[in-house]
Design a protein around this ligand. Structure first.
Ligand code: EPZ
Length: 423
C-alpha cells in the first residue's frame, strides 16, 4: 500500500488545474447503459473510482475504448451480457448502485449487491428502491443482493423524502425509458445532477427543471437515443480542497478550471473567515489571508457541502479562534478527527459537531487515511504541520483526487509517494 510523505510547513505557489468531476462522471458512466449507440466521454479524471466504474461497465458487456491518452473513452453498450453488479465491485464503491436505474430502464431487470458498510456511515439505498417501485418495479432483497424487475416502467410523480444525490440520479435514468412523464420532487440540486441531466439531454432526452428541486423527465425509447460526445464539469470538491490547502498555508495560488458558482456557499464561508479571493470566469485566485474561526453546518446543495467538511476542519486548525463545524448529512463522518488530533489539532467532538480551538501549531506524525475526504483533510493539515507527516493507506485518496501528490509537488511542496515495499 502506498504512503505519502509531506514536508511542512509548506508554501504553495503557482497554478493548479482542476480535473473533471468524479461525482459527475460516475452517474454519466452508468448512463452509458441506457443507449445502444456510441458514447464518447472526454477528459475523464485518472481516479480509482472511475476505473472501478469502467470495469463494472465492461463486466456488464459494455465495450470501452480509451484513446492513447487514457483520458478520452468511447463506450458502446449494444450487447449487454449481464445485468448484475457483483459484491466484489460494489463493496469497493457505493456508486456502483447507479447502474440499477439504467439497467432496469433498458432491460426491465437488474441485480445489484447491497453496498457494503461504508466508512462514513451505513448509507442504505432505501430511497433508491422505493423510487424504483413507484415506477412499477418489483424489489426483492436476497443474499445481500437487491433484484429489481418490471414488465414496464410507468412515469409518475415521485417525492423524495430526502434530496438524495444518488437516488435522484438513479430515478432520472430509470425515467428516461419509462412510459410517459416522471416528475421528481425534492430532487437533489447538486451541479452533478444538472450535469447528468445535460448529458441525457445531449442523448436526446427531454428534461426540464434542472438546477431546481423539481425535475421532469419525458420517457422515450432506446432507438430514439442519439450518439453523444460529452465532457463533465470540473470537480468542485477538488477545487475547494486546493482553496483550503492554500489558505491553511498562507499561500497565493491560482486554481484553474474551477467554476466558482458551484462553490458559492464555500466561497462565502471562506470570505466570512477573512479569505482574500479573486473570482474569475473559470478560475479562482487565492491570496495569503488571516482567518478567523467559523460556525457552519453541512447541508444539501446549495448549502455547505459535506464533502468539504473534513477539509474545512483541517483549515480551522490554522484559523484564529474557535470553530464549530456540524455534520448533518452522514452519521459518521468524523473519522479524520482522531487522526488530526495526532497532529495536535485538539478537536473535541460533541454529537455531530466538531469544536476546533484553532490557532494551533500542528506537529508532524504518522497518520492513517480512513476515507476519501478525510485523506484530503490530513494532506491539508500535513502541509501546515511542522516536520514530515507520513500518510498511510493513500488508496483512499487515490479514489477521488487525480494526482494530488503531483499537483502539490508542482505547487512547490516537498512531497513524495512511497510504496511499502520501498521500506
Ligand atoms: C453522493 O453520495 C456523493 N457521491 C458523495 O460524495 C456525497 O457525500 C453525497 O452525495 C452527499 O452530497 C457520489 O456522487 C458518487 P446521498 P450519495 O444519497 O449519493 C442517506 C465523495 O466524497 N441515504 O445524497 O450516496 C445516506 O445514508 C462522496 O465524493 C439514505 O438514507 O449521497 C446519507 O446519510 C462521499 N437512503 C445521505 O442520505 C438512500 O436511499 C446522503 O446520501 C440514499 C441516501
Amino acid at each position: 500500500m502506498d504512503k505519502l510523505l509531506i514536508e511542512g510547513p509548506a508554501k504553495l505557489s503557482g497554478i493548479v488545474k482542476i480535473s473533471n468531476s468524479k461525482n459527475a462522471y460516475l452517474p454519466i458512466l452508468a448512463g452509458v447503459l441506457l443507449s445502444s449507440k456510441r458514447v464518447r466521454l472526454k477528459n475523464l479524471p485518472a481516479l480509482r473510482d472511475i476505473r472501478t466504474m469502467v470495469k463494472l461497465l465492461e463486466n456488464l458487456g459494455v465495450k470501452s475504448t480509451p484513446d492513447i491518452t487514457k483520458a478520452n473513452y468511447s463506450f458502446l453498450a449494444d450487447n449487454i451480457t449481464s445485468l448484475e453488479a457483483t459484491y466484489d465491485l460494489v463493496k469497493t464503491m457505493r456508486a456502483s448502485v447507479l447502474v440499477l436505474g439504467p439497467l432496469l430502464a433498458r432491460y426491465k431487470r437488474a441485480k445489484v449487491s447491497l453496498p457494503g458498510g461504508c466508512a462514513i456511515g451505513t448509507r442504505p439505498i432505501d430511497i433508491h428502491l422505493s423510487c424504483m417501485s413507484k415506477l412499477g418495479a418489483k424489489v426483492q432483497l436476497e443474499g445481500g443482493y437487491v433484484e429489481v424487475s418490471a414488465e414496464k416502467l410507468i412515469g409518475t410523480r415521485i417525492v423524495l423524502p430526502f434530496p438524495s444525490v444518488g437516488a435522484t440520479e438513479n430515478v432520472m435514468m430509470a425515467a428516461v425509458l419509462a412510459q410517459g412523464e416522471t416528475v421528481i420532487e425534492n430532487a437533489a440540486m447538486e451541479p452533478e445532477i444538472e450535469d447528468l441531466g445535460n448529458f441525457l439531454i445531449a442523448m436526446g432526452v427531454k428534461i426540464e427543471g434542472l438546477k431546481t428541486s423539481s425535475i421532469k423527465v419525458q420517457g422515450t425509447t432506446v432507438s430514439n437515443l442519439k450518439e453523444v460526445e460529452y465532457e463533465a464539469i470540473p470537480d468542485r470538491i477538488e477545487a475547494g480542497t486546493y482553496l483550503m490547502a492554500a489558505l491553511a498555508t498562507h499561500s497565493e495560488i491560482t486554481i484553474e478550471n474551477a467554476i466558482a458558482s458551484h462553490l458559492d456557499c464555500v466561497i462565502d464561508t471562506l470570505k466570512n473567515m477573512g479569505a482574500k479571493l479573486e473570482i474569475g470566469k473559470r478560475q479562482i485566485k487565492v491570496f495569503a489571508s488571516t482567518l478567523k474561526g467559523v460556525n457552519i453546518d453541512t447541508a444539501p446543495y446549495p448549502g455547505f457541502p459535506t464533502d468539504l467538511q473534513a477539509q474545512l476542519i483541517a483549515l480551522a486548525t490554522q484559523s484564529n479562534g474557535q470553530s464549530i463545524i456540524s455534520e448533518h448529512i452522514f452519521e459518521n463522518r468524523f473519522m479524520h478527527v482522531p487522526e488530526l488530533n495526532r497532529l495536535g489539532a485538539g478537536i473535541v467532538l460533541k454529537s455531530n459537531a466538531a469544536i476546533i480551538p484553532g490557532n494551533l501549531q500542528l506537529k508532524a506524525a504518522p497518520v492513517m487515511c480512513t476515507d476519501l475526504r478525510a485523506s484530503a483533510a490530513l494532506a491539508i493539515a500535513a502541509l501546515a504541520a511542522h516536520g514530515t507527516t507520513q500518510m498511510q493507506r493513500v488508496y483512499h485518496l487515490d479514489r477521488g483526487y487525480d494526482g494530488l501528490d503531483i499537483k502539490l509537488k508542482n505547487l512547490g511542496v516537498n512531497i513524495s509517494r512511497k510504496n511499502d515495499s520501498e521500506e
